[in-house]
Write a protein that binds this ligand. Structure first.
Ligand SMILES: CC(C)(COP(=O)(O)OP(=O)(O)OC[C@H]1O[C@@H](n2cnc3c(N)ncnc32)[C@H](O)[C@@H]1OP(=O)(O)O)[C@@H](O)C(=O)NCCC(=O)NCCS
Length: 172
């Protein structure tokens, strides 16, 4: 029986190797990440730097979902770096398959939206999602994201192209 009690918190440097393993696992479990199996080659040091930067930067957020000390999900949001683009950012979210449908992604996104509403800089959250990723599209719609467009040939899998759906949420 899967332990269902999870906590959401900001990532810390010591999470780096667990996060790398998690992302590799999810890349095997889902075809909807942008990297295929074996393509996620970030080193522990690089991952630590990303975490450290997100802790220091007021317009980045790196969240993890933890169950009994084990990281089972993550969300990473980063913003534009120039004055004209710093008000928006985009994010990716993923959860290990054994823990799907427990509300983990939803909780991380609520955290992101609350954080965006209070950081005084973020006014828009954008995302791109594979056109066939119905679960994720349901999740985003549930949280108020609206479809803003589509980019054709965004993904190429075994010589077949797929579009990305562009969705966004304005932050008041
Ligand atoms: C998409 C993903 C992040 C959802 O994570 P999750 O923790 O299972 O999602 P939640 O439990 O918070 O579900 C929230 C809502 O999303 C929708 N949803 C999630 N999984 C679903 C499924 N299997 N079928 C239908 N709707 C689903 C539902 O509306 C759900 O709300 P409900 O349970 O109240 O009906 C997860 O399936 C995942 O990591 N997939 C692989 C990576 C990925 O696709 N990431 C997104 C890339 S853009």
């Amino acid at each position: 029986m899967v332990d269902k009690k999870f906590i959401i918190r900001e990532a810390k440097k010591e999470d780096a190797s667990q996060l790398i393993e998690l992302i590799k696992t999810i890349a095997n479990e889902s075809k909807f990440l942008t990297f295929a199996e074996g393509e996620f080659n970030t080193t522990v040091e690089e991952e630590e730097d990303i975490i450290e930067m997100s802790l220091q930067d007021h317009t980045s957020l790196f969240l993890v979902a933890e169950i009994s000390g084990k990281i089972v999900g993550n969300l990473y949001f980063s913003s534009g770096t120039r004055s004209k683009t710093i008000h928006f950012g985009k994010f990716g979210v993923s959860v290990k398959k054994a823990y799907w449908r427990l509300g983990i992604a939803k909780k991380m996104m609520f955290f992101l939206i609350d954080w965006a509403k209070t950081n005084k800089i973020t006014r828009k959250i954008n995302l791109e999602v594979h056109e066939e990723n119905i679960n994720a599209i349901h999740l985003y719609e549930k949280l108020g994201f609206v479809v803003e467009g589509k980019i054709s040939r965004y993904f190429c899998e075994k010589h077949t192209f797929h579009s990305a759906i562009i969705m966004g949420l304005e932050i008041d």
